[in-house]
Design a protein around this ligand. Structure first.
Ligand code: SF4
Length: 402
């Protein structure tokens, strides 16, 4: 039996929820799901017994169910997941690393993806047909991916084709986008990229075409463009709510890089003044940030890179070094705990987890594991065959980059 299957599930805009769990103390420990719902959030409903189970009891229940399922399942945990969830992951990493891992797990019947919707879709695209990908909470979307809706992107693509007639535009989408957008890129000679290979994807695209449409994160696109030597006046921003994205025909014709107006609500919280404050407090601090941060923050930092880069650079640094980090708080806290010989802190003193990653409460993990044990597949993510075909093309182009 399979329930709640829809690759076209509409994920609500989640940005407004971002501050629901921001707090000024350091406590990110899970409460019962019923208590967390008290913050006014509207997540997927599940049986009341799971909502009232204490975090300690959930831990016991998940351990037992995990043991019973053995190698029928593999649990993947994104770096931004809560500790109470990440402790059960067979592999943890960023979206790219986890998707590659999922593609290699041919023997597991179920892939439980503790991350967000686009990641589970990618795992379904790359895994084999007999495997089922489960997202424990269907409302765990990504506000950035939500900012590039298929119809808006199709309108943009048509407008660009009408205005630019003698030059080729190559679409690049960041991994943090829906399968529909990846498919659109695959169909139109484009590619997917991650924060660790965006520059290679740009090189690939400019070798084939004259202009790039970059979706959906303007900041990763701008930061990569600047790194590649493209000047800011060769870039335009595409606002999907305005005619021609808010641009004139002339500026569209002149632009080398067209940036979709999307952003990450977590990484755009970081500011240059936070970096300046960190430098005043510790004059030998190293500042490392994610490329979803704004260009001024990236320019003010010492190092920029993906979550894997951030984790590795700190792990490999000398004991006693000091690190101010501009990325999601659950990962920063974990890096801090795993590197007790270094000083590690988040640039933003207000503790704000990614509100959508945070939706994978242990109660949901317990629920989906119990379901499998009882022969019920809960929350399978299944991408339709046509979308799968072309998004796989775009993903495979990325995987073939050196
Ligand atoms: S951190 Fe930002 S880009 Fe990543 S899942 Fe959360 S909202 Fe999306």
């Amino acid at each position: 039996m399979v329930v709640n299957i829809s690759a076209k599930e509409t994920i609500p805009i989640t940005e407004i929820e971002q501050s629901a769990f921001c707090q000024t103390d350091d406590d990110l420990n899970s409460k019962t799901l019923e208590e967390e719902f008290g913050a006014g959030v509207r997540w997927q409903k599940l049986p009341i017994s799971y909502m009232r189970t204490s975090p300690e009891q959930l831990e016991e229940n998940i351990s037992r169910a995990r043991k019973e399922l053995g190698d029928r399942i593999v649990i993947l945990g994104h770096h931004y997941q809560r500790d109470e969830v990440i402790k059960f992951s067979d592999e943890r990493g960023d979206s790219f690393k986890l998707s590659q891992y999922a593609a290699d797990q041919e023997s597991a019947e179920y892939i439980i993806f503790c991350g967000v919707h686009f990641m589970a879709e990618t795992a379904d695209i790359l895994s084999s047909d007999n495997q089922k990908v489960i997202l424990p909470n269907l409302t765990a979307g990504c506000s950035m991916a939500d900012m590039a809706q298929t119809d808006d992107v199709l309108d943009c693509w048509d407008d660009l084709q009408n205005v630019i007639q003698n030059e080729t535009i190559i679409p690049i989408t960041y991994m943090n986008s829906t399968a529909d957008i990846k498919s659109l890129c695959g169909k139109n000679d484009g590619i997917v990229c991650t924060s660790s290979n965006a520059d290679k994807a740009f090189e690939w695209a400019y070798a084939k075409g004259d202009k790039v449409l970059f979706l959906p994160d303007q900041h990763l696109g701008r930061n990569t463009g600047v790194k590649m030597g493209i000047s800011l006046d060769e870039m335009i921003l595409w606002n999907p709510f305005k005619p021609l994205g808010g641009n004139s025909e002339e500026s569209v014709k002149k632009a080398k890089l067209i940036l979709w107006q999307g952003h990450c609500s977590v990484h755009t919280r970081f500011t240059v003044s936070q970096i300046e404050e960190a430098r005043v407090k510790y004059n030998d601090v190293n500042v490392v940030v994610h490329p979803e941060c704004t260009l001024d923050v990236v320019n003010a930092a010492d190092s920029v890179g993906s979550t894997e880069h951030i984790k590795t650079v700190i792990e490999q640094s000398a004991p006693g070094t000091i690190w101010a980090v501009g990325t999601e708080i659950s990962l920063v806290k974990r890096i801090k705990d795993e590197n007790p010989d270094k000083t590690v802190f988040c640039l933003d003193s207000v503790v704000c987890p990614c509100s959508t990653m945070y939706r994978i409460h242990p109660a949901y993990l317990s629920w989906v594991l119990d379901g499998i044990n009882e022969g019920v597949t809960v929350n399978q993510i299944k991408v339709d065959e046509d979308t799968k075909k072309y998004s796989r093309v775009a993903l495979e182009r990325m995987l073939s980059l050196a």
